[in-house]
Structure formats: structure tokens, C-alpha cells
Ligand binder design. Structure first.
Ligand code: NA7
Length: 550
């Protein structure tokens, strides 16, 4: 497939960047529309984040029967999920099954990274370049690059001098890692740390966890799915999917009618116990309608979790260090776990609180904090991602007048509906910043975006149009709307990756849209039904025949 730098670029209708769940579905839809499409993927196979995140305990914390495609009734009827929360290997099997079932692989170039894309404002098309030196010209580029794909490896001094093994949870070796008999350090206690720590502890001779921020985590209550419940869900799958699409987050759960102080202390406690027992992501922060807007209400739920931690962890000093204190519950990504807190009762597991003794350097032998060195054989970085914008900023994307997307977004992402950014026409982002993205069931949001983008391209074609852009005024209004909704909540109070706070130098802007999946879908659909209001549509002199005629 590859051609040399000198040969003329291949012309296709669309390039899709990424072959995770977004890219796979986008390819399927564009093919259905009759568009010639090339997909480029850095990884050696499909699956996106599920291809890379192979650390022990990696699993989805949205229920598997909700975290799956809905576009094909046959697919959803024939696929059997085995657990309430699917493991990474099972999700990866599913991604592979989908890619084979719909014959998608033949249009995907694996082990190929898109390095740049330049817009030609006269021809209304992009020239995309890859690290294999290939150039492809496409009228449309769809960035299906994922929200959590650019791994964040902190720049800790001395990291290169460590003589043991270094692993990042988001770049885990395919053959797995055997920690038996090893002294292991885990740095980071977000979802990846919380999921992997109990399993690493089962193998390691010694486990030292380095915690910068204590996280709120709820027991997942994972279990095998029962045949009866699978049958029942499949019988009502259509209604269930509709319910998810209309819901605030695309995750099935009860919506509260009352505030935390509109009930007695006993009723409040009982509601929190119900949420704790549910094993549903975000159940606690939505147990009452005001938990994410009122600090006092939030504190009642936060204290409930701290009590659970104190009763689960035997050593009071460790328990206190594990209690989150400096941000409201739910304002950093909540976690679901299996035996996380109990792991700290094991005699070979210890917690180092980086708030009192920060890491100073990585040494040849291990990790040195402000008070001592911890000698280890392996370091696991569970330090997360340059979320939402990292994968986009890694590509040199040049819009009108050569403007670089990374420069345009230097103070934070700006766009309209999270879909199109002004000056970068015909470039769509799937679940991009300023859309519900990571505050939703990604499958629900991916399907909605892919379908919207596909319908939009179909509309352009039907109407002889070749370009869709938006204006600075329209995107300013949307960007401000997203910020305004966030500012009415407690979310901006946390130094979270939603805010870009985990990556030094990244602008602190709340990136996901908090208006809710259902409301957002309605807004996107209305915009489309009204002829794409807020977007500027135009046609170039070149007729659309087969492929892009330039
Ligand atoms: P997260 O949620 O970003 O967690 C990363 C963790 O690593 C978190 O505890 C960070 O502390 C910590 N971290 C990051 N940089 C450092 C440095 N320099 N020193 C010490 N500790 C550090 O990533 P995950 O991979 O766990 O989860 C990401 C999402 O994947 C998850 O939410 C699900 O959606 C799936 P911090 O909190 O920033 O102080």
C-alpha cells in the first residue's frame, strides 16, 4: 500500500485516523455510503485503548451489555458477554470479531501513524502524511484518535537510570509481565492503578504504591452474567439502547429527584449504601441531585466513602492517606475496583503518600522520595493520559493559512459541538473535546458522532457541497457554553485530567461537555435537521465524481 514520498498521493474520499471502536464504526458507515476510505492505525491491530491497556485487571467500568455497539441487531444478538464488566481481553476479542464480521480489516493500515495533515482551501481536501512516508489526499478526515490514547509518562528526573523494568499501564507488554518474587513500585492511583494494584499484589513479593492524590473508588461488584439476564436484555435491547441515548451519560441508572438535605440523615446514609452496593460508576455522585453542585451536599457523600475506607483498611495512618480530601467526590474520574482497599491490609503492600514525601528522583535502584529510597525491581507507571487533546496535538494538523491546530488550541480546545473547529474544514473529531466524550458511555457517544458525521457527509454530497467549516463566533459561543455549564458545577475545583491538570503546562480548561448525552444528541440532530446551522457549507469548482477529483 505504501508509496514513496515522490509519487503523487493516492486520492480517497475519506481518511479515518484510528481503528478503535470509533474508527471501526466510522469505516463501516463511510463504506456503506460508498466512500473510498483509508484507515491508519498506530497499533498492530484493532481495539484502540483496549489494544494498549493490557495491564492486569484492566476492564471496562461501564456494563458490557451497554458498552457495545448497537448499530447491528445481528451483532448484538449473537455476541455473548461473559461478565457484568468485561475484561480487556474480552473487549479486544469483541473489537476483532466486529472487524472481521464486517470485513473492515482490508481498509486499515496497521503499524502506521499519521504524522500530519494539511488542508488545501482551493481544492477542499486534506493531504495526510504517515510515518511510512505515504501521502493520501482525502476530502474528509475523521479523527477517531480516542480520548485516552496519548500515554502520560511523567518527566521524573533520573528515569533513564533505573536498571530494573519500567512499564506503563497504557503500553503493557503483549505477553504480560510476571511479578512473582519481585519488588514492585506502582506510581499512580487512578482507574488503572486501582484495577491493577490488587492483582500485582497477588504476585509481587513487595508492592509499594506511590499515591499523589487519593481517589474515590467503589466496589465494582463484578460477576458472571446470568443466562436469564442476557436473554432478557437481548429481548429488550432496542428500548434499552434508546434509554441510554436519551440519558445524561449513556449509563443506565436511576436519576435522583431530591437534594441531599431534603432527606433525613438516615435516608441519606441508606441512599449512599444503595449506591455503594450497586457497583455502578458514578452512582454515588448522582445519589442526590445536588452532589455535583453543592459542596456541603458533596461532603456528605465524600465522608461516607471515607468511613468505608476507614473500616476496610486496618492501619489508621494508611486509611487516612487513602481518604480523598482535597476535591469533591465525582469531580475526578470515579473508579470501580475489586478488593482495592483490602489490598493495603496485606503485609507486603505499603502506601507512600506523595503529599507528605514527594518523589524526588528515580534512581538506578528504585524511587527516591523526600525521606528515603525505595529499592524495587520494576516500576509501573499508572500515570494516565494526555487526555482528550493529546492524540490530536501529536499530529501536525494545518488548516487554513497553515494554522496549526496545536497553536490554535494553545489556550485550550475551541470548536463547535466538539465536532468541527473553525479554520479546519472537513476535519471531524469523534468524541472530541467539548462534546460529552469521557463523561459518557463512550460507545453511545461514538455511535452518535459517527452517525452525525456520516449523515453530514451524505448531506454535503447530495447537495453538491464540498466543504463544511464553522466560524470563530459560533465556536466561541459553544466553547463558552461548555465552560459556563462546567462553572456551575464543582468539577473545575479538582485538578483532574478533565481539566488538563495532570499534564504540566497544559491549559486548565474543563474539556468534556456536561450538558448530557441526551440533550447533546438533540442539539446535534436539530442543527443537522435545520441544514447545519452554525456551520458554513460551500462548494469548490471541482465536481465530485469517483473519489475526490482534484
Ligand atoms: P488517571 O486517572 O489520570 O490516573 C493517573 C494517576 O497517576 C493519578 O493518580 C495521578 O495523580 C498519578 N500521577 C500522574 N502523574 C504523576 C506523577 N508525576 N507523580 C505521581 N503520580 C502521578 O489515569 P488512569 O490510567 O488510571 O485512568 C484513565 C482513565 O482510563 C480512567 O479514568 C478511565 O476512564 C479509563 P493525580 O490524580 O493527577 O494527582
Amino acid at each position: 500500500m505504501s508509496s514513496s514520498q515522490q509519487s503523487p498521493p493516492e486520492q480517497v474520499d475519506a481518511v479515518v485516523v484510528g481503528a478503535g471502536f470509533a474508527g471501526l464504526y466510522q469505516l463501516y458507515r463511510l463504506r456503506e455510503l460508498g466512500l473510498s476510505t483509508r484507515v491508519f492505525e498506530t497499533a498492530g491491530s484493532v481495539g484502540g485503548t483496549w489494544y494498549w491497556n493490557r495491564y492486569p485487571g484492566a476492564r471496562c467500568d461501564v456494563e458490557s451489555m451497554a458498552y457495545s455497539y448497537s448499530f447491528s441487531e445481528e451483532l448484538e444478538q449473537e455476541w455473548e458477554w461473559s461478565e457484568r464488566y468485561a475484561t480487556q481481553p474480552e473487549i479486544l476479542r469483541y473489537a476483532r470479531h466486529v472487524s472481521e464480521r464486517f470485513d473492515l480489516l482490508k481498509d486499515i493500515d496497521f503499524n502506521t501513524t499519521v504524522t500530519g495533515a494539511v488542508y488545501d482551501h482551493l481544492a477542499h481536501c486534506w493531504t495526510v502524511t504517515t510515518d511510512s512516508g505515504e501521502r493520501v489526499t482525502a476530502r474528509f478526515v475523521i479523527m477517531a484518535t480516542g480520548c485516552l490514547s496519548a500515554a502520560n509518562l511523567p518527566r521524573i528526573s533520573g528515569i533513564g537510570s533505573f536498571t530494573g523494568a519500567i512499564h506503563h499501564t497504557a503500553r503493557w507488554p503483549h505477553d504480560g509481565v510476571d511479578f512473582t518474587g519481585k519488588r514492585v513500585a506502582v506510581i499512580g492511583t487512578g482507574s488503572s492503578g486501582v484495577q491493577s494494584i490488587p492483582l500485582i499484589a497477588e504476585q509481587a513479593a513487595e508492592l509499594t504504591v506511590f499515591q499523589r492524590t487519593a481517589h474515590y473508588t467503589l466496589p465494582a461488584r463484578n460477576r458472571p452474567l446470568r443466562e436469564g439476564e442476557i436473554r432478557e436484555r437481548k429481548a429488550g435491547y432496542r428500548e434499552f439502547r434508546e434509554e441510554l441515548r436519551r440519558s445524561p451519560t449513556g449509563i443506565p441508572r436511576e436519576l435522583p429527584a431530591r437534594g441531599a438535605f431534603e432527606v433525613t440523615a438516615e435516608e441519606r446514609e441508606s441512599a449512599y449504601e444503595t449506591a455503594w452496593d450497586s457497583g455502578v460508576l458514578g452512582a454515588l455522585s448522582t445519589a442526590f441531585k445536588d452532589l455535583l453542585v453543592s459542596p456541603a451536599a458533596n461532603e456528605t457523600a465524600a465522608e461516607f466513602v471515607r468511613d468505608k475506607i476507614r473500616s476496610a483498611v486496618a492501619d489508621p495512618v494508611t486509611a487516612e492517606a487513602l481518604c480523598p480530601r482535597d476535591y469533591p467526590l465525582g469531580t475526578k474520574r470515579p473508579c470501580l475496583d475489586t478488593d482495592y482497599y483490602a489490598t493495603y491490609n496485606k503485609s507486603h503492600v505499603r502506601l507512600v503518600d506523595l503529599r507528605t514525601t514527594p518523589i524526588e528522583e528515580i534512581t538506578e535502584q528504585g524511587v527516591r522520595t523526600a525521606d528515603r529510597e525505595y529499592q524495587v525491581d520494576a516500576i509501573v507507571f499508572a500515570t494516565g493520559f494526555d487526555a482528550l487533546t493529546g492524540a490530536l496535538a501529536a499530529i501536525d494538523i494545518r488548516g487554513r493559512q497553515g494554522l496549526a491546530l496545536r497553536d490554535k488550541w494553545a489556550a485550550g480546545p475551541r470548536n463547535y459541538l466538539g465536532l468541527v473547529t473553525a479554520g479546519f474544514p472537513n476535519l471531524f473529531t469523534v468524541t472530541g473535546p467539548l462534546s460529552p466524550s469521557v463523561l459518557s458511555n463512550m460507545m453511545v457517544s461514538i455511535e452518535q458522532h459517527v452517525e452525525w458525521i456520516t449523515d453530514c457527509i451524505a448531506y454535503l454530497r447530495r447537495n453538491g457541497l464540498t466543504e463544511i467549516d464553522t466560524t470563530a463566533e459560533v465556536e466561541d459561543a459553544w466553547t463558552e457554553h461548555v465552560a459556563e455549564i462546567a462553572s456551575g458545577t464543582l468539577y473545575p475545583q479538582a485538578a483532574s485530567w478533565y481539566m488538563g491538570a495532570n499534564v504540566p503546562g497544559k491549559p486548565r480548561v474543563f474539556m468534556p461537555y456536561l450538558g448530557g448525552v441526551g440533550a447533546y444528541r438533540v442539539k446535534c440532530s436539530e442543527v443537522a435537521a435545520d441544514g447545519y446551522t452554525g456551520f458554513t457549507l460551500s462548494s469548490c469548482a471541482v465536481e465530485w465524481t469517483e473519489g475526490v477529483a482534484l
